[in-house]
Write a protein that binds this ligand. Sequence first.
Ligand code: ADP
Ligand code: MG
Length: 786
Amino acid sequence: MREADLLACPRPLAANFTSVCHVGKPPEVRGNDSSPPWVSNAVVIVAIGSDVYQHRPMTSVQTSEGRTLAYLAGIPVERVKGVGAVAVKKLGSEGVNTVADLLLTAPRRYLDRSQLSELATTPVDEVVTVGGTVTSFNKRRISRGRTMVEARVSDGTGSVRCVWFNPYMKLEVGEEVALAGVIDSYKGSLQMKSPAVDRLNQLRPAETGRVLPIYPTIGGMKPDKVRGAVANALGRSIPVVDVLPESILDQLDLVDRTHALSAIHAPDSFPEVAPARRRLIFDEFLRIQMALKVRAFDEFESQVGVQNSVRGELFNRFLGSLSYQLTDAQMRALDELLADMEASTPMHRLLQGEVGSGKTVVVVSALLTSVESGHQGAMMAPTEVLATQHYLGTENALEQAGMAPQRSDVGPQGTGSLFADEPLTTRPVRIGLFTGSRVTTNFVDGDVSRKRGLGWLADGTIDIAFGTQALIQADVEFLSLGIAVVDEQHRFGVEQRVVLRDKNGGGGVPDLLLMTATPIPRTLAMTLYGDLTVSVIDELPPGRSAIATEAVPESADIEIDQRIQDVAASGQQVFVVCPLVDDSDKIEARSAVSEFARVCAALPDVRSALLHGQMPADEKSEVMQRFRAGTIDVLVATTVIEVGIDVPNATLMVVRTADRFGLSQLHQLRGRVGRGQHAGSCVLSTDAATADGERRIEAMVSSTDGFELAEIDLEIRGQGTVFGGSQSGAHDLRLGDILRDHALLYAASGVATDAVANDPEGPLVADVMHEVAVLFGDSAQWLTRS
Ligand code: ADP
Ligand code: MG
């Protein structure tokens, strides 16, 4: 039976983990490999946010089941035999601090001795592994200061000459090695060029099985030493208690944890390794998914939301006023949103859509639903340009729908009562824009002071607020916030989104809708935002033709200028996007400043303007306004225009030095044209400097499907870079790869969803969350993302 029960299990479980520490009697230190398992009476205190949980260690030496992984995560590596102070430092430099960390460090690969080729019969021109003794070794200088290292290795059946051009390569004569690489024959004898070498000396008896694990170097600790440490740790750790019940193991065909850890580090035969890896990868995904689902439960599913009544008068007036029919995909997404808004728990949804698929109208419908239910709506965007765009787009749409208020001067005090008793059938909708530089509304002429604008949020005068981070400053308070929409959510941290939600002065947790204009692959969405339900608008409004895309050399200025000229002459507009603001000594790429000068000189009759992020905000918005109004033909810009800019008359997108942009960025940029009645086209100028750059350009030319491009992007970049730096989620994935292991990811997500839905206080949730707390601590970045 489990001793695992949490002494106290208050919710929320998954709020920010701040620290993990141990009190009580420390684990005993034992001296040799035959020592019994670690013994401890320690009580683990896990401080999660302000709530402190006490765990008795899930196991002790008395149980027949063994120790838990969470428990092993409390035993520092220095307790492992053969890990001294220097090794502790080396391991620690790569985050291997505990016995659990060590056990979760998988071998890079394995040397299967049963699969060694004999030199006498080994095939040439194929990748093989051979083993033998070093019989000679020398180093010499060759041309241009390079060093050639030469060695001969014999296995009793024959010998092979090995060469490396690595001056640091060093082998001892007499040493046992395994060599992996291609064997070719050179002047009648066998040769390997730069084979991978595993040094097999000083193997301990336990390691001379047929399959030898080859570990990575960790913080300078040699693979052999790592192997020794892991073997010692493993010997004293197993058996390890499994968090998964037998029924799930059976159902998903997973091996148990003890088996997995033994087989990954000390397989009896090579075929044991794959199922072991599979289990460990499943566990990695399960921890992430469980944490995300538990948080969703804590913050949304177990909370009381703001009540909304859907499909009312304002909503119908707005949709009825549109000059077009919603697409099926828009309708479906809207239905999903409304169902969430009507439910008694708060919405927690991600709206994904192809560029130009018409997310805005869906979102405005949701905002109006909240307004007619007696609440306010807020929509936050990462940039001033984008926030302004949303505001202007909505202002325009309300005017078209005959729902805009009269402009008037409401007096210095503002007013909450001016419109208060208007019936919904005639009631205007009052909106405001809050950015760092200005506050403006659709019911008072001109800009107003921030203080006045904030007053209108607090007294309910403003129905819907658009804005940047200016919306989440300490002085902002809504009378009753019903829904918070966060656009391009990946640019915000969870703290900022939560702050917006907490601005609600009324009762209940507001609905939260996150939006992304760039499609992301489902596997990535699950890992980054596993706790969100997702709506997808995967259809473009009818009549849109695919944007013809071509790649031209960087030098094709004349050809590009001709295209610009033609488009401008026909009364349509052009974007020219450059990777840099200004010329740089270090980076060879077009800059907006010099490209603007060049276009002005080459096309004096075309009205051009410059737009980049370093310009003052009022200048930026003035340029955007003129471009929208059509008094500028060509906008030479940086990626400030990347997201959301909607100028239906723009039909040509030129991207200079296009290989410097990411694939999703390029797709976004291309989505800025062809949004109106005329077809759009896109020209990418590039001398693709890298293979990846070239693949991105090829993908852009051959596909206009954002979801397909997102998958290609993930393939090109690999999951590590997609998660990116400090926002890492891959950080906590040592073995798993969301692309390759997507089936395991889905399985883990299913297990976590069921566990949280059916038995949120049960042992599976508690045990996995305990692991999350002790294994990740506050490095669990993915928890702070969605
Ligand atoms: P995105 O999903 O990129 O935010 P928008 O919401 O900005 O797309 O919509 C792009 C353009 O398509 C807008 O000009 C909008 O008015 C128009 N639009 C949206 N939905 C439809 C539709 N169902 N039929 C025709 N045009 C539409
Ligand atoms: Mg939009």
